[in-house]
Design a protein around this ligand. Structure first.
Ligand SMILES: NC(=O)c1ccc[n+]([C@@H]2O[C@H](COP(=O)([O-])OP(=O)(O)OC[C@H]3O[C@@H](n4cnc5c(N)ncnc54)[C@H](OP(=O)(O)O)[C@@H]3O)[C@@H](O)[C@H]2O)c1
Length: 255
């Protein structure tokens, strides 16, 4: 049984993905009404932490600044492996807060809500042959994942953890551009949405430069747009944005 603490965006997406994979999931949120909304096949909302001691895994899915509150509330000794998805919160800090050694720190992304997640993870004090295999099996059931060193997790946060929002931000910009060219909102949205999902499907197995050249013929319209992006230093802007997400994750680590 998996016990999830925090049923916001990620906690509920993980709960649903695990339930779909056939796991029994107990969910707790400080707002019981929120947890109760998830009640259904394989998911049972909890009003307290009584069942926590029976869990095989505990997943901590609250904001980094709420972890101390949760640690204060959980008065039950945890024997399960504690999996935290909080950005920037180091294993050492989690161990201190929960007086518990067996920790997995992972950085998933919202892709798991549609069966397309990618996550990096690292662990501490797990029994290699048994617990690590069990962790890997659990993670595989709801997201693609790979093991990394703890110091790589902030970079994963900056690329794939935050990444879906970068693409949405770009799509929002393109939607505004469509409105500016005279389309109404539904038409602008449709044009962007279909282009976005087609591009996501088309990218598989090909270099991004090759994909760009498939659309941008010499002296054509796309080439003009791409040159305009280049002149504005868009790649540099993206690099800077990812760097600032990375730095923020490191700041959280030190708060
Ligand atoms: N969103 C993403 O795409 C994403 C991706 C990767 C990792 N993460 C990480 O995942 C974690 C959760 O993010 P999120 O976006 O799912 O946040 P969220 O939507 O705010 O969900 C967190 C939930 O935990 C609840 N909560 C707060 N204090 C609690 C407590 N003491 N006990 C139980 N529940 C409590 C919150 O309630 P209130 O709203 O009332 O405070 C909220 O329902 C964060 O640490 C974040 O770094 C998020």
């Amino acid at each position: 049984m998996i016990f999830i603490i925090g049923t916001g965006i990620m906690g509920s997406a993980i709960a649903k993905a695990l339930a779909k994979a056939g796991q029994k999931v107990l969910v707790y949120d400080k707002d019981f009404a929120k947890a109760r909304k998830l009640n259904g096949k394989n998911i049972i909302a909890q009003k307290d932490f009584t069942e926590l001691s029976k869990a095989d895994f505990v997943i901590l899915a609250v904001k980094p600044y709420h972890i101390a509150d949760v640690a204060g509330l959980v008065r039950i000794k945890i024997s399960a492996v504690l999996i935290s998805i909080a950005a920037g919160v180091k294993i050492q800090k989690l161990q201190k807060f929960f007086h518990h050694k067996k920790i997995v720190r992972m950085m998933p992304n919202l892709g798991l809500a549609v069966g397309q997640g990618i996550a990096g993870w690292t662990s501490s004090a797990l029994n290699n042959s048994r617990e690590k295999v069990a962790v890997k099996k659990l993670l595989n059931s709801f997201t693609e994942n790979f093991e990394v060193k703890e110091n790589q997790l902030d970079a994963i946060t900056a690329i794939s953890g935050s990444g879906p929002a970068y693409f949405f931000y770009f799509a929002e910009g393109l939607e505004k551009a469509a409105l500016n060219l005279g389309f109404d909102k539904p038409a602008a949205r449709k044009l962007v949405e279909k282009t976005f999902s087609a591009a996501a499907d088309l990218q598989k197995g090909k270099a991004y430069s090759e994909l760009i050249s498939q659309v941008a013929s010499k002296k054509g319209t796309t080439e003009h747009a791409i040159k305009s992006f280049g002149k504005s230093g868009l790649h540099q802007i993206i690099r800077q944005a990812a760097k600032s997400a990375f730095k923020r994750a490191q700041e959280i680590s030190n708060e």
